[in-house]
Design a protein around this ligand. Structure first.
Ligand SMILES: Cc1cc2nc3c(=O)[nH]c(=O)nc-3n(C[C@H](O)[C@H](O)[C@H](O)COP(=O)(O)OP(=O)(O)OC[C@H]3O[C@@H](n4cnc5c(N)ncnc54)[C@H](O)[C@@H]3O)c2cc1C
Length: 477
């Protein structure tokens, strides 16, 4: 054991683990402290309902993980990570029993939007198809990383991406394309008239055509377990069940990397009001179901899709997001649902299924949205309640209790609003550095933001090793 650690990482979410792996891989001595009983943070799997039903309490579907430049450089497959691709990435059903879909093929997707919008969809995606790898590197980068590799496409994508989804959707005439675009944009947990919500929609659509929207065999825990195995292989250590409350209770180290909210970082590291202006956003009401059979969707496409969005129209989706952000009770929530067991039989006993759904609610909301969520599900899958064996319900207080990063139940660890849409956690040349020279932030409160992709951890690790190199002798192994 070295006398002094090079880096202590607080929090074993995807970003904390990625930062730890990247530092350990460069020969630095790293130890991770995690408050929860297991590694993973927002990428975990648990038996939340009945024995044999393996649910993902947080992330379930992983277009950003499979396309992550950071994860692509790690031997995650050797450590058990296997991606399973549903036949369709997404179905977006309508009350007449039809559905818009995101398929691997742009043609199939375009046709599902109807003849009036098929060509507009093809035109929207055409400049970016086949360029995920460079776009991901250029867009998931930090400002000091030099010029983009593909400046033309980077600028063109930027011009499309900065638009609100409501503006981008003017390229379409029909409700199917507009509804699907709004549903994709709503992953930002912000009204679809907000800046850059069009970019979120475009990113998710492109991801479906380039790498799919896969689920990991066995559940999201497989991603975190593979990251943890990479770290241990490089000599790093992990202590679970250890909530860090003060910097001085940690072992001496040359750098401390926080996979926490900015508020927790400021409290633990004594940074005072450094992140006082940082805003947290609306929350979610999440239900994990154990089902006796598949969801009885009316739309046949929805039975083949890993993810199903229940809007259905752009107007209804925008209204649901407005209600959540403006503090009103959900009445007709927009639902994001995932059905991983349609491709992964290991998730539930034979013939039965796990099913995951959330709708948006105000930050800290203490109500029960089960009834409004199930009413929406019954609209598009009549008889849904008849297949429910058990449900595990989590509103904002439970979501926040499960993971301190989800302040008031904000699963994005920071609002997608105003300047914070592009600048988080605050304006700085190196957003991962803090006022304390040995303290860094690597959570999804830093660029490029939420999702399981590890890129915040990757960039933070870069900032750390640059600092460690500058500060001289190390306890390198
Ligand atoms: C309901 C829900 C659904 C989601 N769905 C998806 C999805 O389908 N696909 C997707 O890509 N993303 C999804 N996400 C988002 C994704 O889970 C997060 O963006 C991602 O996990 C963020 O990673 P992170 O490492 O920054 O933080 P987290 O994953 O939140 O990990 C932070 C870790 O730090 C630990 N920690 C915090 N404070 C301390 C402390 N003081 N001491 C010790 N440990 C501490 C926490 O316990 C936690 O383990 C979802 C999130 C939720 C909640």
């Amino acid at each position: 054991m070295p006398s002094m650690l090079d880096a202590v990482v607080v929090g074993a979410g995807p970003n904390g683990l990625t930062a730890a792996v990247e530092l350990a891989r460069r020969g630095f001595a790293v130890e991770v402290f995690e408050a929860g009983p297991a590694v993973g943070g927002g990428a975990r799997t648990e038996e939340l309902t009945l024995p044999g039903f393996r649910h993902d309490p947080c992330s379930a579907v992983h277009p950003l993980a499979i396309g992550s430049p950071a994860f692509q450089e790690m031997p995650l497959a050797r450590h058990g990570l296997e991606w399973l691709q549903p036949e369709l990435a997404l179905a977006h059903p309508f009350p007449d029993g039809s559905a818009a879909v995101l398929a691997g093929s742009v043609g199939e997707t375009a046709m599902s939007l109807g003849p009036e919008d098929a060509d507009a969809y093809r035109r929207l995606l055409a400049p970016y198809l086949g360029h995920w790898d460079t776009l991901a590197r250029d867009f998931l980068r930090t400002p000091w990383d030099g010029l983009p590799r593909d400046p033309y496409r980077w600028a063109r994508f930027g011009l499309d991406a900065i638009q609100p989804a409501t503006l981008l959707s003017r390229r379409f005439r029909g409700e199917k394309a507009r509804g699907m675009l709004a549903g994709l944009a709503a992953h930002a947990i912000a009204p679809t008239s907000g800046p850059a919500t069009g970019g979120i929609a475009l990113l998710f659509a492109l991801a479906a055509h380039e790498n799919g929207w896969p689920v990991p065999r066995g559940g999201s825990q497989a991603i975190s377990d593979a990251l943890a195995a990479c770290l241990r292989e490089q000599g790093g250590t992990i202590r679970t069940g250890t909530e860090v409350k003060r910097l001085d209770e940690l072992p001496p180290a040359r750098a401390y990397v926080f996979d926490t909210s900015p508020a927790a970082l400021a409290r633990i590291a004594g940074l005072g009001r450094a992140y006082q202006g940082y805003r947290y956003g609306a929350s979610c009401f999440k239900i994990d179901y154990a089902l006796s059979g598949p969801v009885p969707w009316t739309a046949e496409e929805a039975r083949r899709a890993g993810t199903v969005h229940i809007g259905p129209t752009a107007g209804e989706i925008d209204a649901a997001l407005h209600a959540a952000v403006e503090g009103r009770d959900p009445r007709v929530p927009f639902l994001i649902t995932a059905q991983p067991s349609i491709v992964d039989p290991t998730r539930a006993p034979e013939g039965s299924h796990v099913f995951w759904v959330y709708g948006h609610v105000p930050a800290g909301w203490e109500g029960d949205a089960t009834e409004v969520i199930e009413r929406q599900l019954e609209r598009f899958a009549p008889g849904f309640r008849d297949v429910v064996l058990a449900r595990a319900v989590a509103g904002p207080p439970e979501i926040a209790k499960r993971n301190a990063n989800y302040v008031d139940g904000d699963i994005a660890c920071g609002a997608f609003a105003g300047l914070q849409t592009v600048i988080r956690p605050k304006l700085a040349r190196v957003p991962y550095a803090t006022a304390h020279p040995a303290v860094f932030l690597c959570s999804s409160a830093t660029p490029p933001g939420p999702g399981v992709h590890g890129m915040s951890g990757h960039h933070a690790a870069k900032a750390v090793w640059r600092r460690l190199r500058e500060t001289g002798p190390s306890g390198r192994r």
